[in-house]
Ligand binder design. Structure first.
Ligand SMILES: Cc1cc2nc3c(=O)[nH]c(=O)nc-3n(C[C@H](O)[C@H](O)[C@H](O)COP(=O)(O)OP(=O)(O)OC[C@H]3O[C@@H](n4cnc5c(N)ncnc54)[C@H](O)[C@@H]3O)c2cc1C
Length: 296
């Protein structure tokens, strides 16, 4: 939204409590995105919180934790989402109104096996395609089939519609290492990938593959650059084997695929004499991960 308002001509200041933007993604994304924002004149204040807000006539003043302040005609508060479950009558079945509805991997509420909750209300993965994925899993379970939603965690495919775009699937390097994987990052210029090449050589941005060195599988990929979303968000109609997150548990997963981008990145790796990236599928759940490996 900051970039959208900036493009429309507004003077924009971002106040971010953490020490970088898009903190859930690879750190290089924050660096490159911040540079793109600053180039457009967006002021970014990191590591500070809004402490107080006052409106004085046509102006709003936001007092920051570092003692400074920001004045603007309007402020947009975008600090998270909460489930809209206050008026669903949850209290009549012993659940807490206004709270997330906890479900198991069948999307059932554990103490109320006749009740299913899919999408944002269960808090598992606040993304449109994951809500649809969960709906398919729930439908299969209700129909008496074996199905589990096991791919809707933080490794789900995701896109941030900035310019340039951010697209990612699977684990970041830090997440992989935190999970005990012997992970290594392979970085390439996004302009080397087919999606970005539409925008010409030497367009900005970095792409990263995170490889489990022990198993020789890709466990995460992040693309930043023009056309990045296309690398991770085009639909693959060849399900299951080609499903990058293995999310087809409940039928054809409406999930993105990264194959062309990954293939290009893998070719770039080969050019760098990196270790060969193998294509076999391995179940990472043994290591406690819900996100799966991505065959090339
Ligand atoms: C600003 C913004 C940007 C986003 N961008 C992206 C993005 O780029 N990519 C992405 O994947 N996701 C994005 N999301 C998330 C995405 O919108 C949600 O994850 C998705 O809509 C969840 O689907 P859902 O069916 O669970 O809920 P919703 O789409 O919210 O549907 C719930 C429906 O239930 C209705 N409802 C509520 N209470 C009642 C009631 N008592 N009775 C009957 N109906 C009721 C609501 O009116 C609503 O239509 C974005 C969300 C926001 C807010």
């Amino acid at each position: 939204m900051a970039q959208a308002y900036s493009e429309l001509g507004a003077t924009v200041t971002i106040v971010e409590a953490l020490d970088r933007l898009v903190a859930g993604e690879e750190p290089f994304v924050a660096d490159e995105l911040s540079a793109a924002f600053r180039e457009r004149g967006i002021d970014i204040r990191l590591g500070v919180t809004a402490e107080a807000v006052h409106r004085d006539g046509a102006s709003v003043k936001v007092e920051l934790s570092d003692g400074r302040s920001v004045e603007a005609p309007e402020i947009l508060v975008a600090t998270g989402r909460r489930p809209l479950t206050g008026d669903l009558g949850l209290e009549t079945v012993g659940l807490e109104p206004g709270e997330t509805i906890e479900v198991d991997d069948t999307l059932r509420v554990p103490k109320l096996p006749w009740l299913f909750a899919v999408g944002d209300v269960n808090g598992r993965s606040l993304l449109t395609h994951m809500a649809k994925y969960q709906a398919r899993v729930a439908a299969q379970v209700i129909a008496g089939r074996e199905a589990r939603a096991t791919r809707d965690d933080h490794g789900a495919p995701r896109a941030i519609f900035t310019d340039p775009q951010v697209a990612a699937v699977g684990l970041t390097l830090q997440c992989a290492r935190d999970g005990g994987i012997n992970a290594r990052a392979y970085d390439v210029a996004t302009s080397d990938t087919p999606g970005a090449s539409f925008h010409g050589r030497n367009t900005p941005g970095t792409s990263r593959l995170v490889v489990d060195e022990d198993r020789s599988v890709i466990v995460g990929a992040t693309f930043y650059g023009h056309g990045g979303r296309g690398l991770a968000a085009s639909r693959d109609d060849r399900p299951r084997r080609r499903d990058p997150t293995g999310a087809a548990a409940g039928g054809r997963a409406g999930l993105p695929h990264t194959l062309r981008g990954l293939a290009a990145s893998a070719r770039a790796l080969e050019r760098q004499d990196a270790e060969r990236v193998v294509t076999r599928e391995v179940d990472l759940q043994a290591k406690g991960f819900r996100g799966g490996p991505m065959p090339l």
